[in-house]
Write a protein that binds this ligand. Structure first.
Ligand code: C2O
Ligand code: CU
Ligand code: CU
Length: 562
């Protein structure tokens, strides 16, 4: 027997016994220490797999629990031999503490971000974001979950005992090479991990059970469901609670996306079921769906899991706990999405590639590759914006933006499914589709450190499918200090539709310039009288900055054209 086993080990047979699902420990409070280190895991017989992990874990990191409005400090120490960063995915924080590509932590260094938790209760996560190395570090295990709690969610009768009736579920599909090492660009991914556990099972009590699903894969989209098309409630999307539980049988999550679901297991003691991905139902071009024939010159994308329905993990229903939650409320919160009519501007972001045949990248936004030296958008603080995402490539891309949560307005002109109605920070855009979302850039300005937006397929991001933006207060925006307008100068009406009137009590000729939100001059005039009218009917609706230059002073005023 021993001989047979060692022969099996020698030929690298991948042993598939079941393992209890690993539940990461939690860190709570207002001061947190995270140290990223090198580690290893015996995922397979034969060679160990080299990993990255945080704190005492061998793979992934502790779950951080934050309370809304708490001021937290996090000390992030880099114990690996490479530069890293830690990004708080989904959190609304100042750009200098956002942990994007612009905040490197050198080997041996410690970074001390501090910020107030402003997001709603929900499931968020953290992961590295170093320039061109996000895939390599995240795929080796550098990621962890964040749970935010608040008074709205806390007042609801919902399962929230971590590891008892409320479970973290960090789901990944990876490709390992013949030496058992993770392949950051592996598109033949077939090793499924939940919380870093291979072939997991979990005992769950016969009551309402909450699962916090995160797709932390490099590229695969999961079409989650349970055996027998068991119904479940989706209660939250990326940025927290939906208005009401949504009874469904599927939740599709692209890399970066989260969903909280509640399973009603009352009366099911002794039964078993599986979490599955129904890949056969994904449309062509979505990673994990049916594989398309590859054009010559492209690497293979023929994972055995593509286009099929497969098991991810097993659940065994065991006895109810004391004080079990056995029903859930029918109303959860009210998200009050931003009205489309309040938008100041629409920005169009086309997903592009060098040619229409490209399936593995590089991909771009509006034909340009990421540059740390370039600011793509300069956004005035409190700007309400519609971003229109147009996928002109052959594959689906999960678009993610830092700083804000957004509301999806429509997909190809049609209102989103109920499960995408809440606050979102990632949205999957299949080939040929266009998605519009609306958001507001509030609270934080910084003219130096940009935020980023990118595709959350990690190799696409590393290959340059990423852009930057800064949020500026309106005076910094024009590079001139905003003067108060009580100096006898009035620009009205505001909002304006067809004309602007300028009244002033200063003598002399004045120059009037109107700039759009990109800082481009769109109109100019010379004002000679103390009561002038400027026709603006040809300007598109949106925010403008009106600058009036007298001999001695410059006045700025923000005006909305509608
Ligand atoms: Cu999880 Cu910039 O991303
Ligand atoms: Cu992010
Ligand atoms: Cu992409």
């Amino acid at each position: 027997m021993r001989k047979v086993l060692s022969i099996l080990l020698l030929i690298g047979l991948r042993v598939s016994s079941q393992n209890a699902l690993f539940i990461p420990d939690t860190l709570v409070g207002t001061n947190f220490n995270l140290s990223m280190h090198e580690d290893s895991v015996q995922f397979f017989a034969g060679n160990i797999s080299h990993t990255y992990a945080y704190n005492n874990n061998h793979y992934l990191g502790s779950t951080l629990i934050f309370n809304k409005w708490a001021n937290v400090t996090i000390n992030v120490t880099n114990l690996i031999k490479d530069t890293t960063t830690v990004h708080w995915h989904g959190l609304h924080v100042p750009s200098k503490w956002d942990g994007g590509t612009y905040s490197p932590i050198l080997p041996g260094g410690t970074w001390h971000p501090q910020f107030t938790i402003m997001n709603n209760a929900g499931t968020y996560w953290y992961h590295p974001h170093p320039d061109m190395k996000t895939a390599e570090q995240a795929i080796k295990g550098a990621a962890g979950l964040i749970i935010i709690r608040d008074s709205v969610e806390g007042a609801l009768v919902l399962p929230r005992k971590y590891g008892v009736d409320d479970f973290p579920m960090v789901v990944q599909c990876q490709q390992y090479d013949s030496m058992n090492q993770a392949m950051p660009r592996g598109m033949e991914d077939s090793t499924l991990l939940v919380n870093g556990t291979m072939n997991p099972y979990l005992n769950v009590p016969a009551q309402m059970v909450r699962l916090r699903l995160l797709n932390a894969s490099g590229e695969r989209v999961f079409n989650f469901g349970f055996t027998g098309n068991m119904q479940f409630y989706q209660i939250a999307s990326d940025g927290g609670l939906l208005d009401a539980p949504y009874l469904t049988t599927r939740v599709r999550l692209a890399p970066g996306e989260r969903a909280e679901v509640v399973l009603n297991l009352v009366g099911m003691m002794g039964q078993q079921f599986n979490l599955m991905s129904y890949g056969s139902e994904l449309s062509m071009g979505i990673q994990g769906g049916p594989t398309m024939p590859m054009p010559p010159g492209n690497p293979p994308m023929d994972s055995p899991l593509n286009g099929i329905d497969y098991n991810i993990m097993q659940f065994n229903v065991v006895a109810q706990t004391v004080g079990a939650v056995t029903t859930i409320p029918s109303v959860l919160t009210s998200n009050n999405p931003i009205a489309e009519s309040s938008a100041n501007i629409t920005r169009t972001i086309r997903f592009t590639a060098d040619s229409a045949m490209v399936m593995d990248g590089p991909f771009y936004f509006n034909d340009s590759s990421f540059s740390m030296m370039r600011i793509d958008y300069r956004i005035p603080i409190n700007s309400i914006e519609i971003w229109k995402l147009v996928n002109e490539t052959m594959v689906a891309h999960p678009f993610h933006i830092h700083d804000v949560q957004f509301f999806i307005l429509d997909r190809n002109g049609v209102a989103p499914n109920p499960n995408e109605l809440g606050r979102k920070d990632v949205v999957l855009v299949p080939p040929g589709d266009s998605v519009r979302f609306i958001t507001k850039f509030t609270d934080f300005t910084d003219s130096i450190v940009p935020y980023m937006f990118h595709c959350h397929i990690l190799m696409h991001e590393d290959d340059g499918m990423m852009g930057t933006f800064v949020v500026l207060d309106s005076s910094a925006f024009l590079g001139v200090k905003q003067l108060n307008n009580n100096n006898g100068l009035t620009v009205y009406p505001n909002p304006a539709t067809t004309e602007l009137r300028i009244t002033n009590y200063e003598l002399g000729i004045k120059q009037l310039r109107i700039y759009n939100v990109l800082g481009e001059e769109v109109q100019s005039a010379t004002i000679t009288s103390n009561q002038s009218t400027v026709n603006i009917s040809q300007l598109a609706n949106g925010i403008y900055f009106v600058r009036i230059i007298t001999e001695s002073k410059t006045y700025n005023q923000k005006v909305i054209k509608q």
